[in-house]
Write a new protein. Structure first.
Length: 268
């Protein structure tokens, strides 16, 4: 199916090998690779496996934490991000997702300085290796441990200030789909989007992921997809589902349902 990808977080218990086999059987053409699963097999074996499968790597997830909120120093986070860029190059990934890190003890202005400094150091390498960095904003408290970027306008300003073709935005409908203003913002966002992750939920996002199967929640997915395509977005739509409901489900049934729901979303 055109531009359909599936994130490995959707099938968290499976290995990379299982994910590749089952995603191909589902009809997806892309895979969002989770770094811990890639680490289990190594970059070289992972790249060979993916190359044989015919799946395109829609994203590699994730690098960042530049504010030190995960216990690493700024330099340690930078070193890890450089390794992630190298992995993304080996996988021929469409993008590497970037999480800024939580605000933590920093002022908001200092947290902004840290992400600007990190991107200034990483973008030359990303440009050299042909890798797009996709900053992921998260709305509200649900993503506070991963990023202080909880405003789409602020994220757009970050992208514009950096002014690099190797920098874009990863937009996850779980975090933003319940926002009434999202549909009106999509034409403005579309030129800067490196990836769109599709998820649904019955309630606005909370501290614990509460995603549900596509079409079974309250996110206006059809309107979002339609508006993005009309605005010229032609990148991957990557399905990323997680939470108690998804973990309790049969993964093969989740994939089959996701493929059917996606086909309905892109139907004329």
């Amino acid at each position: 199916m055109v531009r359909l990808a599936i994130s490995e977080l959707t099938t968290l218990r499976w290995s990379l090998e299982e994910d590749v086999a089952q995603y191909c059987a589902t009809g997806a053409c892309g895979i969002g690779v989770w770094r811990p699963k890639l680490a289990d097999v190594g970059d070289e074996k992972g790249a060979a496996l993916l190359g044989r499968s015919g799946l395109t790597v829609s994203s590699l997830q994730w690098a960042g934490g530049f504010t030190g909120s995960d216990g690493r120093s700024f330099e340690e986070s930078l070193a890890d991000a450089r390794l992630a860029i190298q992995s993304a190059e080996k996988l021929k990934a469409a993008c590497l997702i970037i999480h800024s890190g939580a605000r933590g003890v920093h002022t908001h202005s200092h947290a902004r300085r840290l992400i600007h400094l990190a991107l200034a150091k990483l973008l030359p390498l990303a440009e050299e290796r042909g890798i797009k960095l996709a900053v992921e904003p998260m709305n509200g408290d649900c993503g506070a441990e991963f990023t202080f970027l909880n405003c789409l306008d602020e994220t757009l300003e970050l992208i514009r200030r950096c002014d690099s073709a190797a920098l874009g935005i990863a937009l996850d409908t779980y975090y933003w789909g319940h926002c009434p203003a999202l549909l009106d913002k999509l034409p403005q966002l579309a030129p800067h989007l490196a990836l769109v992750q599709l998820a649904d939920s019955r309630e606005p996002p909370s501290a614990e992921p509460n995603r549900c199967q596509l079409g079974e929640g309250a996110v206006p997915l059809a309107a979002i997809v339609r508006r993005l395509r009309a605005a010229g977005y032609d990148g991957f739509f990557e399905i990323e589902l997680m939470g108690e409901e998804i973990e309790a489900a049969n993964y093969r049934e989740v994939l089959a349902h996701s493929a059917r729901a996606y086909q309905a979303l892109i139907a004329p």
